[in-house]
Structures are given as C-alpha cells and as structure tokens.
Design a protein around this ligand. Structure first.
Ligand code: NAD
Ligand code: DAO
Ligand code: ZN
Ligand code: ZN
Length: 368
C-alpha cells in the first residue's frame, strides 16, 4: 500500500515528505495506522549522524499511537480496531530477559531491530523499489507502519492519540525511571539535570511518588516555570553558580537521594553522580551521550556508597506497563497536555526539529 512518510535519506538533511510503499503484515506482525507521533530528542540524535546505530535511508519516529488495521497469521493479542502504542522496547514475555525480574530489555528481536529490519530479516518499506530501514522497530513518521505483535501495547480506546503517543517514549522514560527503576521512596530528595521532554516527566514522577524536594537543573531559564508546575521545588541554573555540585549538596543538605541525568552530556553525568548523598545516593543516567563518549569519576565516589546506574524506557515492560501509564493519564495522576507545546501536520515535521534545537518546544506532536 502507499503510505505518507517523512523519509530520512541521509544524516544531517531535513526529512523529506514522500509516498512510500509498505508491505502488509507477515506472521506475528500487525499493520497499524499511526494517528499521532511525538518527535523526541533521540530522533534528532539519529538524524544528526551522532547515533552509532543510525541507518539511512530510514523512516524515523518511535513515539506513536494508532489503530490496528490488519493482523498477520498467528497474532492473538490484538485485533483490527484495537488502539495501540508501538514499543521500541518490546515485551515477548518468554525470552531470558523478559523472564528476569531485573530488566525490561527484551532481546527477542534485538538483532534485527538494530539492523532496521523486521524479525524475519527483511524490510516492509520501500521507495521506488529501494529498501528503506525501519527505525527502533517503530517508524512512526508514517501514517501506517508494520510492527511485531510483541512490540505493541494495547491501550484503552478513549485515550486521545495526540496526547498518549508521548507515552510511547518520553512520559514512560521519565516517570518510569522514578517508579520502576529507581523506585524513589516518599520523602526523598531528588535532583533532575535537564528539564526537557524527559526531565519534566522525571519531575512529575517524583512528585507522584511523594518526593519531598525536587531540584531542577537547566541552563535554559525558561524551563523554570513549567518545571514548577510539574512539581519542582528548587531551581539552579549552572551558569549562575561557581560549582554546581557544591550548590546541589548545599541545597539538599548533604546531597541527592536520587539524581537523574536527562541531557546526554558526560560532564553533567559526572556532576549528577557527585551531587548524590554519600553512603546511599543513586544517580540514574537517562540521557544518551554521543558516539564514543565516556564517563568518568573518582572511584572513591562509589567506594563511599554512591551508586551509578542507567535506565532504558524507564524500566517499563511495555505491554504490561504502558496501558497502566495511559490509565494514570486518564485518571489525572500525570499531566501530558501541558508538555505538548506544538501540534502540526506531517508536512511541517521539520519545524518540530527546529523548535527542539532552539529550546522552544517541550514536545511537538504530528497529528496525521
Ligand atoms: P531535551 O532537549 O528536550 O531536554 C534537554 C534539556 O537539557 C534542555 O532543557 C536543555 O536546556 C538542558 N541542558 C542542555 N545542556 C545542559 C547543561 N549543560 N546543563 C544543564 N541543562 C542542560 O531532551 P529530552 O527529549 O528531554 O531528552 C533528554 C535525553 O534523554 C536525550 O539524550 C535523549 O536521547 C535521552 N533519552 C533517553 C531515553 C532512555 O530510555 N534512556 C529515552 C528517551 C530519550
Ligand atoms: O537491548 O541492547 C538493547 C538495546 C535497548 C535499547 C533501549 C533504548 C535506549 C534508549 C535510547 C533512547 C530511546 C528513545
Ligand atoms: Zn524517545
Ligand atoms: Zn522478551
């Protein structure tokens, strides 16, 4: 079938709106009509060429929501008409990782997904006979896409697509990092580096679980007001202090119980660790640093009880946890509406990248 898509032909170029050809779902796959997609920093990271796994030409996008239109042979968990959110971290419920209680990193289709292919090793997308790569197993910058059954979360039908698409990455990554991975306790002092599309969700996750102090760190002063709305109690602009680690240790009266790095900068990753409380503070890396970059600290930071860890997709098991997060939104426990600052048609998708780079948007959403 013909599909409207934004194609990334090569790193650094704007996306190009094209009519591409999409093959139907094969065994264990589903055809989904994408109704809305968010544009995440990670799409920009890949488009920039900094992503070591980036493949071109490709259809990017991994933060979507839509409706199942057709299912391939053997599909049992969803049917045409079901509303779903695509999962770049699938949940097969049978691999060694899915059966392990300490990870959400299902490995069932990891190899082919990393090669921009469906699990049978082929692509469903082409343009004038030339193969296009899938992206993160999702490719939501197209009004239809094909996904493995294990990579869709069935959600309630009354949830608005142009809001809950954000649960496909940013909301789940931020809120989940607090709830599923760090397991922040009520009364905790939390520090969040980077108040963008991820960090603001860390803030609202911390508020939801009852953190007593939530310190936000950002070089963009404009982020202060929105972060306060989401639960931030204190703000520090690193440009306004001599030593950001000392400033955090001071304001938290000894250091963070939990810090979250939501920028992707190895310098702020070190600061986030060293701003943790001696003896028990945990620093969780969410940001994705550029290819080849490395983190460092004095090992004595860890010897004296600080913990350094990371999280992908907020530790969420997609098919199980994403429908719950949709419920949290529909029940008013989390706020998505105020984070979606721009909505646009597909043919204006390049504006979303511009707004992100200028720091003018929190989340832009394409509504098909
Ligand atoms: P964003 O661009 O919306 O937000 C980043 C924020 O950091 C901005 O507000 C910016 O002003 C601030 N910032 C930049 N440099 C800073 C500095 N030196 N000190 C303080 N603040 C600074 O990005 P986002 O969408 O929130 O994504 C954040 C990171 O999370 C990215 O690296 C992205 O790739 C990553 N990510 C990770 C996962 C995961 O599962 N681990 C999922 C999604 C995104
Ligand atoms: O299982 O080895 C693996 C890879 C899992 C990838 C998880 C994604 C990590 C976060 C990247 C940013 C997502 C938008
Ligand atoms: Zn993302
Ligand atoms: Zn699995």
């Amino acid at each position: 079938m013909d599909v409207r898509a934004a194609v990334a032909f090569k790193a650094g170029d704007p996306l190009s709106i094209e009519t591409v050809q999409l093959d139907g779902p094969r065994d264990g796959e589903v055809l989904v009509e994408i109704m809305a997609t968010g544009i995440c920093h990670t799409d920009a990271f890949t488009l920039s060429g900094d992503d070591p796994e980036g493949l071109f030409p490709a259809i990017l996008g991994h933060e979507g929501a839509g409706i199942v239109r057709e299912v391939g042979a053997g599909v049992t968990s969803v049917k045409p008409g079901d509303h779903v959110i695509p999962l770049y971290t699938p949940e097969c419920r049978e691999c060694e990782y899915c059966l392990h209680p300490k990870t959400n990193l299902c490995q069932k289709i990891r190899g082919t997904q990393g090669q921009g292919l469906m699990p049978d090793g082929t692509s469903r997308i082409s343009l004038n006979g030339e193969k296009l790569h899938h992206y993160m197993g999702c490719s939501t910058f197209a009004n239809f896409t094909v996904l493995p059954e294990i990579a869709v979360a069935k959600i309630r039908p009354d949830a608005p697509f142009e809001k809950v698409c954000y649960i496909g990455c940013g909301v789940t990554t931020g809120v989940g990092a607090v709830v599923f991975d760090a397991k922040v306790e009520p009364g905790s002092r939390v520090v969040v580096f980077g108040l963008g599309g991820i960090g603001l969700n860390v803030i609202q996750g911390a508020r939801m679980v009852g953190a007593s102090q939530i310190v936000g760190i950002d070089i963009n002063e404009d982020r202060r007001a929105i972060a306060e709305k989401f639960g931030m109690t204190d703000f520090i602009n690193p440009k306004s202090v001599d030593n950001i680690v000392e400033a955090i240790v001071d304001i938290t009266k000894g250091g963070a119980d939990y810090s979250f790095e939501c920028i992707g900068n190895v310098t702020t990753m070190r600061q986030a660790l060293e701003a943790c409380h001696k003896g028990w503070g945990e620093s969780i890396i969410i940001g994705v640093a550029g290819a080849g970059q490395e983190i460092s600290t004095r090992p004595f930071q860890l010897v004296t009880g600080r913990v350094w860890r990371g999280t992908a997709f907020g530790g969420a098991r997609g098919r199980t946890d994403v429908p719950k997060i949709v419920d949290w939104y529909m029940d008013g426990k989390i706020n998505i509406d105020d984070l979606i600052t721009h909505v646009m048609p597909l043919d204006q998708i390049n504006d979303a990248f511009h707004l992100m780079h200028e720091g003018e948007s929190i989340r832009s959403v394409v509504a098909y």
